[in-house]
Design a protein. Structure first.
Length: 413
């Protein structure tokens, strides 16, 4: 049986921006106010008490007429383009993704490669929104993302960007201090036109592994060695980002804390033999989703007790059965990088895109923009050949557009 805590997380949906409340005495759930959704920010989050819905009652949320109208107006290529996020490195300049936005309808991007100076980033962000795809005269704003978790992982630096401490260092702050600090870091992102942060880390790294955990523990990216500590830090960080109207992304579901290999660098040592549907290491993800976080990043590691065949990002038992059905998450699910990661190198580029969508995912993240045409073509071809896959593309598109509408990036009429 799933834990009651995980079953109750269903109240956070892609259409409902009011988060489940209920203080547990930690100060995490009851200490914040609410923020108002802005034109390029994240949806507001309220912590007032409310009853929670069961996963079964929230499995098929309705969508707004604007979202449906926009989805219907997109060509198959443009629909697929909304399901891709591509990286933009400084050397490519602000126009580096223009061909993919124009030809494939690319709907999301990530600053990668160490961008310097907030003014430079802001100018690039402004340009990206100016060339964003349109549908029937309606602009579909871009998800403009950065990876600003702190410590060794901070893609935007220099003037206008604070030096963010690592997860372990952030964990030394009180809940109020961390929420306030994260709000300030989020304000910097929003001022630079960034509306999505691919953080926080919700992975629990047990003490017995510690720095032997290559992707997280080696760099002190985690908030602690227990699910309680990880949940506290990740949810406080996310809460601060939401206050700044920047949409956080909780990662790396269902957890990278027990592996020894880094999925970016190797396909070895990336199996977690312990994780199952009752794993307490799922709790930090549930807690962070409960803040109103509407994006979850799925890892590329393997979890044989959850799926003996496929890594998490290609696993319907993990993405759909566990995350969507058991935990009731109705928001957007995104991959970790599949463009250059060694963990997925054995899979053809086309299958990296279709395999994730088929598992129930929504946005495929690639560090290599040159892969965008191949991914888009693969998604459209598979949708034309397979009605079931086409339905999954439709569902993913509606979730992405609903997220964008809630962030003020999609307005009709």
């Amino acid at each position: 049986m799933p834990s009651p805590r995980l079953a109750l997380i269903a109240c956070t949906s892609a259409l409902v921006v009011t988060a489940c409340a209920g203080s547990d005495g930690s100060g995490r759930a009851s200490g914040g106010g609410s923020s108002t959704s802005g034109s390029d920010g994240a949806s507001s989050v309220s912590r007032s008490p409310s009853s929670t819905a069961s996963p079964s009652s929230t499995a098929s949320p309705s969508v707004s007429s604007c979202v449906q109208q926009t989805a219907d107006a997109l060509s198959p290529t443009e629909q697929a383009g909304q399901l891709i996020m591509a990286a933009l490195e400084p050397g490519a300049g602000s126009t580096g993704l223009d061909p993919y936005i124009r030809d494939q309808g690319l709907g999301s991007m990530l600053y990668l490669g160490g961008w310097q100076d907030a003014g430079t980033v802001a100018a690039a962000s402004t340009h990206l929104q100016q060339v964003a795809p349109e549908a029937d005269g309606t602009t579909i704003g871009m998800l403009v993302a950065a990876d600003q978790e702190g410590g060794e992982v901070q893609q935007l630096t220099g003037s206008g960007f604070s030096t963010i401490p690592s997860g372990l260092e952030q964990a030394q702050m009180s809940p109020d201090e961390l929420r306030t600090a994260a709000e300030g870091w989020g304000d910097e992102l929003r001022a630079a036109g960034v509306n999505v942060n691919l953080s926080p880390v919700a992975d629990t790294v047990p003490e017995e592994i510690g720095t032997g955990n290559a992707p997280i523990g080696r760099f002190g990216r985690q908030y602690g060695s227990t699910p309680e500590a990880a949940a506290q830090g990740a949810s406080d960080f996310a809460y601060g980002m939401l206050r700044a109207q920047v949409q956080p992304t909780v990662k790396h579901f269902p957890g990278l804390g027990r592996v020894t290999g880094n999925t970016d660098m190797t396909a070895e040592g990336i199996t977690d033999d312990v994780a199952d549907t009752d794993d307490p290491y799922l709790e930090p993800f549930a807690e962070t989703i409960d803040t109103g976080t509407r994006i979850v990043m799925v890892s590329s590691a393997r979890y044989p007790q959850l799926d003996p065949e496929e890594p998490a990002l290609f696993s319907e038992p993990i993405v759909t059965d566990l995350l969507r059905e058991q935990m009731g998450f109705e928001g957007v699910v995104i991959t970790d990088d599949v463009g250059a990661a060694e963990a997925v190198a054995a899979y053809p580029v086309a299958e990296r895109a279709t395999g994730f969508i088929d598992a129930g995912g929504d946005i495929v993240l690639t560090a290599s923009p040159a892969q965008v045409p191949t991914m888009v073509e693969a998604i459209t071809a598979e949708a034309e050949a397979d009605e079931d896959f086409a339905a999954k593309v439709d569902d993913a598109l509606l979730r992405v557009l609903t997220l964008k509408e809630g962030m003020g990036l999609l307005r009709c009429g």
